[in-house]
Design a protein around this ligand. Structure first.
Ligand SMILES: C[S@@+](CC[C@H](N)C(=O)[O-])C[C@H]1O[C@@H](n2cnc3c(N)ncnc32)[C@H](O)[C@@H]1O
Ligand SMILES: [Zn+2]
Length: 381
């Protein structure tokens, strides 16, 4: 006999078996922020959403979109697991959203491919796989309409953060970097390179709107546009390599075509090269404003954390790529750790942009160069 349990998550009440159908209560924050992002995106686009959630498991995500986002036209969900589909269909009916959500038993890539003709494409695709979303990028970019959005979760952090670099290279065609002090941002940039490559192959370009690292996963939201010549240009301008100096924490981003000398300009050491990665923007200020507005419509259990995260990211959106982990810098300089707020104030007093980062409570994002930070930390400035 199958032992079942009832789960209540925000507006949704679902039934799942004890075993065999995936449901992770720790992803509630991710799903709630997705609801807000969907509401914001529908508002920005001025269009009702045609959502595809091709890895649906219990159906919880699709059900929450259907019940909690006002501007939904339809949701097509699927799962390859027969047992999951049975429960997803039952949960959709239980939540009385069967007019909006249709659940299929299908392979995710097959489903998206069957919606890849113009006129049938989705304007919002949510990829929430086990591990890496990369096997689904090619079909997703073909199934998204011009100006539509693809969001994805990646939980294969050991790959993306450089613990298994060859596995990362095989999965994302990008060589990661471990222990550089800002690995979670690099993880997002590695995954975005993979999405941008799939998009470019099909004549689309990406415009990342929002990205965050939480607990054990990264989550990325990007808009996509069909334009072959822009796609070439944007790809070449926003894809490149990361040079990192493990001796003094210096870092440099370089465009794809500009292969640079690997000598660190500060300490003369040989820098480690990672990539290709997405070196362009990962946050969009206008979208973050829309998110902040949509956020006011909701009062989720995780609301406080959501508000805090969005506020931090909104500040980060005005800063440059690659944050600094201050304890790591202090350790390599053998100096005492300052208070993060005091350091931010000091950087601002010199005219630099400086703020905290949601990636790391001990991190800062600033326009100051590594050398400027070193000088401040060693009080030479
Ligand atoms: C992480 S779970 C999805 C969780 C769900 N989105 C949520 O928010 O609770 C991943 C699901 O993808 C399904 N899956 C894995 N590979 C698939 C494929 N190629 N096509 C369709 N479903 C697949 C698994 O059966 C599993 O139910
Ligand atoms: Zn150096």
């Amino acid at each position: 006999m199958v032992v079942e349990k009832v789960v209540i998550e925000e507006s949704a009440r679902i039934i799942i078996p004890e075993k065999g159908v995936f449901y992770n209560p720790h992803m509630r924050f991710c799903r709630s922020l997705s609801v807000i992002a969907a509401d914001a995106f529908a508002t920005v686009r001025g269009k009702d959403l045609r959502i595809c959630e091709p890895l649906t498991a219990s159906g919880i995500r699709s059900i929450r979109y259907a019940k909690e986002v006002k501007h939904i036209n339809s949701i097509i969900s699927c799962d390859a697991n027969r047992f999951a589909v049975k429960y997803a269909i039952r949960n959709v009916e239980l939540n009385e959203v069967h007019d909006i959500v249709k659940v299929y038993k299908c392979d995710a890539n097959l489903l998206m491919t069957s919606f890849s003709r113009r006129g049938q494409r989705f304007n919002y695709i949510d990829l929430d796989p086990f591990g890496t979303p990369s096997p689904f990028f090619d079909s997703a970019v073909r199934a998204v309409e011009h100006g539509g959005l693809i969001c994805y979760t990646a939980t294969d952090m050991a790959n993306l953060c450089g613990v298994h670099p060859l596995s990362c290279f095989r999965t994302y065609s990008s060589y990661p970097i471990a222990k550089c002090g800002y690995v979670h941002e690099v993880a997002i940039r590695v995954s975005l390179f993979s999405l941008a490559s799939s998009a470019a192959r099909h004549g689309l370009y990406i415009k990342p709107l929002l990205a965050h690292f939480t607990r054990h996963y990264i989550r990325v939201y990007s808009q996509l546009f069909y334009d072959e010549s822009e796609a070439k240009k944007i790809f070449m301008e926003n894809v490149g390599f990361l040079y990192h100096c493990f001796k003094c924490n210096n870092r440099r981003l370089s465009k794809f075509r500009n292969i640079e000398a690997r000598t660190c300009s500060i300490c003369g050491s040989k820098m480690t090269v990672a990539g290709p990665i997405w070196i362009g923007k990962i946050f969009d200020k206008e979208f973050l404003k829309a998110i902040s507005k949509s956020m006011e419509k909701y009062s989720f259990s995780d609301q406080e954390k959501i508000v805090k995260t969005v506020k931090l990211i909104s500040e980060e959106a005005s800063g440059p790529p690659l944050y600094y982990n201050i304890p790591k810098m202090c350790k390599s300089l053998n100096v005492q750790m300052p208070k993060i707020n005091a350091l931010i104030e000091e950087l601002r007093s010199y005219g630099f942009y400086a703020c905290r980062t949601h990636f790391d409570p001990q991190g800062i994002r600033t326009t100051a160069s590594t050398l400027d930070i070193i000088k401040i930390l060693t009080s030479q400035r």
